[in-house]
Write a protein that binds this ligand. Structure first.
Ligand SMILES: [Ca+2]
Ligand SMILES: [Ca+2]
Ligand SMILES: [Ca+2]
Ligand SMILES: [Ca+2]
Length: 364
């Protein structure tokens, strides 16, 4: 009698566990087996049998028929792993797309996108010559939305990647600098402006529609938004050009500042080392050199890429999670990209007077 009671407790516990578990499918899996007794070496290849308890009354009785899916990831109590997303990724394949804003075309400004997924080209008419590109993933579908901010009226115009419909709303005023980012970490970019006159940030959180007012910066500063501490939330940051200072207000790790570079440098912050944390970085036009401070240990490295007159336009063009140096050369309308995994690539795309979009977050 006591034994039966004990068994029913075990069954209840098992039911309770399964009821609170939420498996996630998706992601890559590698099936390997040990080739050495006791483990120590692995091999792929050969045949594998997936077995599971399916429809059996007790765990331990296996079925090897039917269909099985591999599931993994996060269960209740586990750690949520943020999906890696790239900037200026209009087709949502995880790789930055070569893309330009053409302010001076008539009757409206144009956008030209070269999809990394299938090398297809897209042109869109949206905006005017005085609008400021603020392309980001506002709708949260993993694809960057074409978008601009209009300084004269402080209006945002966003073209949904889902269906090319647009919406607009006023936020900010003349003199502000638009600086969108996913500050609340919900996967959607939040409209935001930096107001140099008061050194204040204004952010509309996409998660709850609330307004964050963050004093951080002085009049000479320009915004450099990125996730510097790798917590999945973009961080407020400014570049103080007169002093060559980078000031970061990290959402988890707090304030950090660097003095790095010289007058005329252009910021190129991004995750150059692939650890999930953006690195402070700049491009020096006079020498076409790139400098990166590793987020891991604050050491730096430098390398040359580009030539005089090039516009730095870095991004993760090969989608491996590390920023790639890239420049757009107006003279031959060509992108010179050095992918961390894909290597050298020259892509002719754009017209004289274009603004290469990944460069639009670069400031000097
Ligand atoms: Ca892409
Ligand atoms: Ca957000
Ligand atoms: Ca952060
Ligand atoms: Ca890369």
């Amino acid at each position: 009698m006591r034994k039966v009671f004990f068994l029913s407790i075990v069954v209840l516990a098992a039911i309770g566990l399964s009821a609170s578990a939420f498996p996630q499918s998706g992601g890559p899996y590698e099936i390997t087996k040990s080739v050495v007794a006791g483990g120590g070496g692995r091999a792929s290849g050969g045949s594998y049998v997936l077995e599971a308890t399916a429809g059996q009354p007790l765990a331990g009785i296996t079925s090897n028929g039917g269909s099985f899916s591999l599931e993994g990831g996060f269960w209740t109590g586990g750690t949520v792993v943020a999906q890696r997303r790239s900037l200026f990724d209009f087709d949502g394949d995880g790789a930055t797309d070569v893309s330009v804003f053409r302010p001076n075309s008539q009757p409206t400004a144009q956008w030209w996108l070269l999809r990394s997924s299938d090398s297809g080209t897209r042109g869109l008419a949206f905006g005017t010559s005085t609008d400021v590109p603020v392309a980001a993933d506002f709708t949260g579908d993993g694809r960057t939305d074409v978008a601009f901010w209009r300084p004269s009226s402080g209006e945002w115009f966003i073209l949904r990647s889902e269906d090319d419909s647009f919406f607009a709303f006023p936020f900010g005023s003349n003199g502000d600098i638009p600086a969108p980012g996913d500050f609340d970490g919900d996967g959607k970019a939040d409209p935001a402006v930096y107001r140099p006159s008061s050194g204040t940030w204004f952010i509309v959180r996409s998660s709850d529609g609330g307004l964050s007012v963050v004093p951080f910066g002085v009049a000479a500063d320009q915004p450099i938004v990125a996730d510097y501490d790798g917590d999945g939330k973009d961080d407020v940051g400014v570049y103080r050009a007169p002093d060559n200072q980078f000031w970061l207000l990290r959402s988890t790790d707090g304030v950090k500042a660097f003095q790095f570079g010289a007058p005329g440098d252009r910021t190129t912050v991004g995750d150059w080392t692939g650890d999930g944390k953006a690195d402070v970085a700049f491009f020096r036009p006079s020498t076409s050199e790139w400098y990166v401070i590793r987020s891991e240990d604050d050491s730096f490295f430098a390398f040359p890429w580009g030539a005089a007159g090039d516009i730095p336009s870095p991004g993760d063009f090969d989608g491996d999670g590390k920023f790639d140096p890239a420049v757009w050369r107006p003279g031959d309308r060509t992108w010179y990209i050095f992918g961390t995994t894909s290597g050298f690539e020259a892509v002719q795309f754009g017209s004289p007077g274009d603004v290469p979009l990944p460069s639009s977050v670069s400031v000097n």
